[in-house]
Ligand binder design. Structure first.
Ligand SMILES: Nc1nc2c([nH]c(=O)n2[C@@H]2O[C@H](COP(=O)(O)OP(=O)(O)OP(=O)(O)O)[C@@H](O)[C@H]2O)c(=O)[nH]1
Length: 132
C-alpha cells in the first residue's frame, strides 16, 4: 500500500512553538497542527519542512535537527512522518506568523487536540525542549 511522506516542523522561539489549526474541510479538520505537509516527489523532508513553513506561516526557518520519525495509519491514508526541530532563520527579523499560526507555550501545547500521530513527539518536546 502507498505511503505518503510528510515533513513537519516544530519551530522554536523563546521556549514556545508555532501551532496552527487545520481548516474544517480537510482530513483531521479542526485539529491543532504544526506547520508541515506532503513531500513532493524526490524532495528531501528537510527541504519540505522549510518550504511548508514558509508557505503556511510566512516565516523563513532553518532545520536545527531531526526530532522523530514514525509511520501512522489514518482513515485517509498511511503516512511516514518526519518531525524536525526548526528555528527562525533570521533571529533578528520579523517572527510574526500568518494566522492561524501563533507562538504557543509548551504547557498549552500539551493540552491541545493534535492528530494521533503527534502523540509521541508531543511528549518528547515537553520532556526535552529545544533551547532556542
Ligand atoms: N501539517 C501537519 N500535518 C500533520 C500533523 N500531524 C499529522 O498527523 N499530520 C498529517 O500529515 C498530513 C499532512 O498533509 P497536509 O494535508 O497538511 O499536506 P499539504 O499541506 O501538503 O496539503 P495539500 O495536499 O492540501 O497540499 C495530513 O494527513 C495530516 O493529518 C501536524 O502536526 N502538522
Amino acid at each position: 500500500m502507498d505511503i505518503t511522506r510528510v515533513a513537519i516542523g516544530i519551530v522554536w522561539r523563546g521556549g514556545r512553538v508555532l501551532v496552527g489549526r487545520r481548516s474544517q474541510d480537510v482530513p483531521l479538520g479542526g485539529a491543532a497542527e504544526f506547520p508541515g505537509g506532503k513531500c513532493k516527489p524526490n524532495e528531501p523532508p528537510a527541504a519540505t519542512v522549510v518550504r511548508e513553513c514558509r508557505e503556511e506561516t510566512g516565516l523563513r526557518v532553518r532545520v536545527a535537527g531531526k526530532r522523530h520519525r514514525c509511520k501512522h495509519q489514518y482513515d485517509h491514508g498511511r503516512l511516514e512522518l518526519h518531525f524536525f526541530d526548526c528555528v527562525i532563520a533570521d533571529p533578528d527579523g520579523d517572527a510574526e506568523p500568518r494566522p492561524p499560526f501563533d507562538w504557543v507555550d509548551l504547557q498549552t501545547v500539551a493540552d491541545l487536540d493534535f492528530p494521533e500521530a503527534n502523540a509521541m513527539v508531543l511528549s518528547m518536546i515537553v520532556g526535552s525542549p529545544l533551547d532556542a
